[in-house]
Design a protein around this ligand. Structure first.
Ligand SMILES: O=C(O)CCC(=O)C(=O)O
Length: 268
C-alpha cells in the first residue's frame, strides 16, 4: 500500500474549485509521501519490465482493467475526494494511461483538447495526472493553456511523426502563448484538468525520466458512444451508477494491457 502524504487528507478548497472552473486545472495537489513515492517508482519499473517486447508503454491504455495494483491506485480515497469535489457525488473511472518520456522512446504530445478524442457526452471528464518522478520544463512537463476550456472546441489537424503520442494537434496560433502554464510537480504530487483544456508536452531535454499516471473520471451521466469505442467500460467509484455504460470487471492479477482499448474480460 502506498503511504499518503498527511496533507492530502483534505478536500479541495473553494479557491481551488474556483480556479478549476476559471482556469481549467489545479496544481500541485499532495498525494503520496516519500515512502509511497519509492513504492510507486518501484512498481512503475516492474510494470515497464513486464510489457511484452515491442509494446510501447505510451500506446497502451486502461491499466486499471488489467492490473489490480493500478486499479487500487485509482481508488485511493484522497484521489476520489479531490475528484468528487469537482464532478459531484456519482462518478466512474474509465481510463488509465502512463504518459512517459523515457530515453529512446516516442514522447511528444501535441497541443490538444481531450474532448476532441473522446466520444463521451457531455464533455465533463476530469483527469488526474500523478507524477511518478519530479517533472518540470527540463524533462517535458505537461503544459496547459489556462482558461482555454472556456473557448469551445478548437480545430485539430492531423499530426504525423513517430515522436507524437497523439495523432491530432492544435496550431499554436489558436491561443495566446502568455496563457501557457507548466504543470511542474514533485513525485507523488498530482494535478487535475478539464477535458476541454488545451494541453500538450515536448521532449525531455535533460534526459531525466518523466512519467505521469493519468486517471480519467466522469460523472455518471456521461455516456460513451460504443459505436466509436466498443470496448469502453465504466468502473463506478462513488455514489450511484446511472446505468448508461457497460460496467467493467475489477482485475485480480498483475497483468499489462497491450493496446489502447481492451475488454476487462481479457484479463479475467
Ligand atoms: O503527459 C502529457 O504530457 C500529456 C498528458 C495528456 O495529454 C492527458 O493527460 O490528457
Amino acid at each position: 500500500m502506498n503511504s499518503i502524504d498527511p496533507t492530502a487528507t483534505r478536500r479541495l478548497t473553494q479557491a481551488e474549485q474556483l480556479h478549476f472552473s476559471e482556469r481549467g486545472f489545479i496544481k500541485p495537489l499532495p498525494l503520496f509521501a516519500e515512502d509511497g513515492v519509492a513504492h510507486l517508482q518501484q512498481r512503475f519499473d516492474e510494470l515497464l519490465g513486464k510489457l511484452p517486447d515491442g509494446i510501447d508503454i505510451n500506446r497502451v491504455n486502461c491499466w486499471h482493467k488489467a492490473n489490480r495494483w493500478v486499479y487500487d491506485q485509482c481508488c485511493t480515497p484522497a484521489v476520489l475526494d479531490y475528484v468528487e469535489d469537482l464532478v459531484g457525488a456519482d462518478f466512474y473511472l474509465w481510463g488509465c494511461h502512463f504518459f512517459c518520456k523515457l530515453p529512446g522512446g516516442s514522447s511528444d504530445v501535441p497541443w490538444h483538447q481531450d474532448a476532441q478524442y473522446w466520444p463521451l457526452t457531455p464533455a465533463e471528464t476530469v483527469t488526474v495526472w500523478l507524477a511518478v518522478y519530479d517533472t518540470d520544463d527540463s524533462n517535458g512537463a505537461m503544459r496547459v493553456v489556462a482558461g482555454s476550456h472556456r473557448s469551445g472546441m478548437m480545430d485539430h489537424e492531423q499530426r504525423q511523426g513517430e515522436n507524437f503520442v497523439l495523432s491530432q494537434g492544435i496550431d499554436e496560433s489558436q491561443f495566446d502563448a502568455a496563457d501557457v502554464v507548466t504543470i511542474d510537480l514533485q513525485a507523488g504530487q498530482m494535478s487535475l484538468h478539464d477535458d476541454r483544456l488545451v494541453h500538450g508536452s515536448g521532449p525531455s531535454v535533460s534526459g531525466r525520466r518523466r512519467v505521469g499516471l493519468t486517471m480519467r473520471f466522469s460523472p455518471s451521466q456521461v455516456h460513451c458512444d460504443l459505436s466509436v469505442w466498443p470496448n469502453f467500460e465504466a468502473y463506478p467509484m462513488r455514489g450511484s451508477d446511472a446505468g448508461l455504460n457497460p460496467v467493467g470487471k475489477i482485475p485480480l492479477g498483475d497483468a499489462c494491457p497491450t493496446s489502447m482499448f481492451q475488454m476487462s474480460s481479457e484479463f479475467a
